[in-house]
Design a protein around this ligand. Structure first.
Ligand SMILES: [Zn+2]
Length: 136
């Protein structure tokens, strides 16, 4: 008979779902306990001990290793995924062409998602690498 072991508990459902999908993507079957009751009323989470993540006992060691894997260094590359400024864009302060996109406005990002229309194009901010001046 196979037995199940609780390897983690999460106060919030999204974190529990994230851990579950991480394990499932590595081929480890797992289950979330208390998921439905906490989805109905988040305030029960503390009383129930959170959303508990269960795996088969033989998968415990492997599952814990997968959950501990740190991929935060992958985030360092994200800045480089912003599109480079278009040819001809110049710093309005010093005239340098050495500028980069630093920020896409969250407000326009949220509106873009809501309206399914790329308003995000209007919320860009650039910074001059030479003088540090920030511009829209
Ligand atoms: Zn400049």
């Amino acid at each position: 008979m196979r037995s199940l072991t609780i390897i983690a508990s999460y106060r919030d459902l999204p974190l529990a779902e994230l851990a579950k999908s991480k394990l499932e993507s590595e081929g480890i079957p797992c289950f979330l306990l208390n998921k439905n009751i906490i989805a109905l009323n988040w305030l029960y989470s503390t009383a129930l001990g959170g959303v508990e993540l269960q795996v088969r006992t033989e998968d415990v060691e492997n599952a814990l290793k997968i959950l501990k894997d740190d991929h935060s260094s992958d985030l360092l590359d994200i800045e480089n995924e912003f599109p480079e400024p278009e040819q001809g864009d110049l710093c309005t302060n010093c005239g340098s062409s050495n500028i980069r996109l630093i920020k896409v406005s969250r407000k326009y990002g949220a509106l873009s998602l809501l309206l399914s229309f790329p308003l995000i194009l209007f919320g860009k901010k650039y910074q001059c690498k030479d003088c540090g001046y920030k511009m829209n």
